[in-house]
Design a protein around this ligand. Structure first.
Ligand code: ATP
Length: 363
């Protein structure tokens, strides 16, 4: 276990800057997620921390010791690669045991550690120990790769590069629960890279968002969900789709095509915005009349309805265009196309973003 400090990392590939002055502090034992869109440099940053990429400027510290010039072997790290990087010619057991085999542990010790590791993995991988990687499903390849990364119990940091990205949705969701339990039980420092915001929220103590070569926001899952810096982060950490409605804010009004929505803000000059509302943040009932002035009421006509239990997804035509709702309110079961429906939205669940640069506007 170690605290990790990433200091002023800049990386070019040729003339193209990939990472621009990245700094991060990761506490000893913390599970930090690095989240960003495909190609934003997540793997590159992980490889730099691992010591696999040495062509950058900046420094890396483990427990306040500068390891920038140390090769990977001397950093005492483990890594799960996105494509698993299993050795094709040896079976699952030897793949899992590999970090101990190369250290020339005794056979008994290795057997014992493999047994313990397969128990910790809590999957049915022990049935496949004699299989070659090409005989495995994607899920079992992933389990083997994770097994290999955790067999060496005492490590400074476990680096996981999108370990679930090759799995289909159902296996992915099961594996997410398993990985969460596993990394929590390890009490190790973990850096978990993913493009999936919900996965990061489910697994990590804290998340850093990498976008346009920089870390644009760092915080707890709750913090990123409720207080996103920009439209990308708002979308990334939403359970369902988001409603994006373009318009103008002027005084205490959001205006689109002559339609006006009263909002509790006052701006002195008008500017173009995107109003963002999460599907899951729209209610069909106003449970507490007392707080009516803290809610926005929108009325619309139902034009589409789909049920994917436990949610009912609605599409309504409103003055401003269309709005999507994901609800678990039983009331929606009786709605019919053409019905006029009232929607209530908490004021603090309505987000505004500058249309030009997509940054959050905190009025
Ligand atoms: P993904 O989520 O798709 O795996 P990522 O966020 O991990 O992507 P990287 O793999 O770090 O992104 O790549 C970042 C950028 O650097 C990409 O534009 C990629 O094409 C480029 N890149 C990565 N490795 C090299 C290389 N060896 N030579 C040139 N360009 C590279």
């Amino acid at each position: 276990m170690a605290s990790i400090k990433v200091k002023n990392i800049t990386r070019y590939f040729g003339t193209q800057k990939i990472l621009d002055n990245i700094s991060l502090d990761i506490e000893d034992g913390e599970i930090l997620g690095i989240v960003g869109p495909s190609g934003c440099g997540k793997t590159t940053l992980l490889r730099i921390i691992a010591g696999l990429d040495r062509d950058f400027s900046g420094q890396i510290y483990f427990n306040k010791i500068n390891v920038t010039k140390l090769p990977p072997f001397d950093r005492n790290i483990s890594m799960v690669f996105q494509n698993y990087a299993l050795y094709p010619h040896i079976d699952v057991e030897r793949n899992i045991a590999f970090p101990l085999d190369i250290k020339k542990y005794t056979k008994n010790k290795v057997d014992e550690e493999v047994k313990q590791t397969t128990e910790i993995l809590n999957a049915d991988i022990e049935k496949y120990l004699s299989f070659l990687p090409k005989q495995l499903s994607e899920g079992h390849k992933q389990t083997t790769a994770v097994g290999r990364s955790i067999i060496k119990k005492k490590m400074n940091v476990l680096l996981m590069d999108e370990p679930l990205s090759n799995l289909d949705a159902k296996v992915r969701s099961q594996s997410r629960h398993r990985i969460k339990k596993l990394i929590q039980s390890l009490s190790n420092t973990v850096i978990y890279v993913t493009a999936n915001g919900l996965e990061a929220m489910a697994l990590c103590d804290r998340i850093a968002v990498l976008l346009n070569k920089k870390i644009v926001q760092t915080g707890s899952p709750k913090n990123l969900y409720s207080d996103p810096e920009n439209l990308f982060i708002f979308q990334l950490f939403s359970k369902f789709l988001i409603n994006q409605i373009s318009g103008i804010i002027e005084k205490s009004n959001f205006i689109r095509n002559d339609n006006v929505l009263k909002i509790p803000y006052k701006v002195t000059y008008p500017f173009e915005v995107i109003m963002g509302i999460r599907e899951e943040d729209i209610s069909l009932s106003n449970k507490n009349e007392k707080f009516l002035n803290e809610k926005v009421l929108i009325e619309g006509k139902l034009i589409e309805k789909r049920t994917i239990p436990p949610h009912i997804n609605l599409k309504l035509e409103i003055n401003f265009g269309e709005i999507l709702v994901a609800t678990m309110d039983k009331k929606a079961e009786d709605f019919k196309l053409g019905d006029s429906i009232k929607l209530y939205i908490d004021i603090d669940k309505i987000f505004f973003f500058d249309k030009a640069n997509k940054k959050r506007i905190r009025i």
